[in-house]
Design a protein around this ligand. Structure first.
Ligand code: Q0N
Length: 286
């Protein structure tokens, strides 16, 4: 198949190939980005951790919504997926006030048209999780949009459906994470439509690259929270005096090893499966 695969596109750290009209291959690399810059040093196992976590959550949530996963390959980093017609919005759910949600709240008191209580501080938990869609920017940053703008892109009915499903998925996964001492602050989901016009969950889901995971025991609203997976990398990079523009600095071995261990720890904590067992037999997460 690889001799006939067409490279369809690259994310910062993933590649997408088409191998026939209705199947895709999604490959997660070991590249890592921080402050939107891909670093020159890879984190061994990162691609397998993200692929395994995503496949695990697809399986765990398959009763809520069908997903695009067809097969997990034995390399642990590649998944065969159904080819869909993707919706032109990012489906973000926020249970806590971080990132662009926090910025928008400070500027307007709202996030994507949701009026929030006054006096919230950065990283505060919201009274209830909110659906905050964004446009898919080809370059630069996604832009948060309100219900009307998103419904213009996908239609009112489809909007209601992705809002309801996104919130249900967030509730399911955040409850499980909370029971394990991890806060799922927010998450980004992508949906597509199959040939029959049915909604299907796609892309990667509930990985550290698509979600903010915070260690619950260090949670302290009133400022930004340390990231479960990338905090070592961020701190070390800024400590070099790096100005956050490309190229980023190469990481020393201790930062690579510590970060690799954090990814493996996240996998084991969330799935309850030893990472070594996943490497030996990726389908164990299904
Ligand atoms: C698709 N993207 C955006 C990989 C992820 N199942 C699908 N069917 C058709 N198209 C897509 C999927 C999926 N998933 C998703 N682009 C096309 C995210 N990409 C960025 C590059 O890496």
């Amino acid at each position: 198949m690889s001799d006939t695969a067409t490279h369809l596109g690259s994310g910062k750290v993933r590649e997408l190939y088409a191998f026939d009209d209705d199947k895709l291959l999604l490959v997660a690399s070991d590249r890592i980005s921080t402050f939107d810059v891909v670093l020159p040093t890879e984190i061994p196992d990162k691609g397998r951790v993200l692929t395994g976590l995503s496949a695990f959550w697809f399986r765990q949530t398959s009763g809520l919504v069908p997903n695009h996963l067809l097969a997990l390959r034995s390399d642990g980093r590649s998944t065969e997926c159904r080819r869909l017609e993707m919706l032109p919005i990012e489906c973000v759910v926020r249970g806590y006030l971080a990132g662009s949600g926090w910025k928008d709240y400070v500027a307007t008191g709202e996030v994507c048209g949701h009026r929030l209580p006054a006096g919230l501080v950065e990283s505060d938990q919201l009274p209830e999780p909110i659906f905050t869609p964004a446009t898919k920017a080809q370059t630069g940053h996604d832009e948060n949009i309100d219900r009307a703008a998103a419904a213009d892109l996908v239609g009112e009915e489809r909007y209601d459906e992705v809002e309801r499903l996104s919130l249900a998925l967030y509730r399911t996964v955040s409850e499980r994470a909370a029971a394990l001492g991890i806060v799922l602050a927010d998450t980004k989901l992508e949906f597509g439509l199959d040939d029959d016009g049915r909604l299907v969950l796609a892309d990667e889901a509930f990985t550290p690259d698509s979600s903010r995971f915070w260690p619950a025991d260090e949670y302290a609203p009133g400022g930004p929270q340390p990231s479960f997976d990338k905090q070592f990398v961020r701190d070390w990079c800024l400590g070099t005096g790096w100005d956050r523009t490309a190229p980023g600095p190469a990481l020393p071995p201790d930062v690579v090893d510590g970060t690799r261990e954090r990814y493996r720890e996240a996998f084991e904590l969330l799935t309850g499966i030893p990472f070594s067992r996943y490497v030996g037999d990726p389908e164990i997460v299904l």
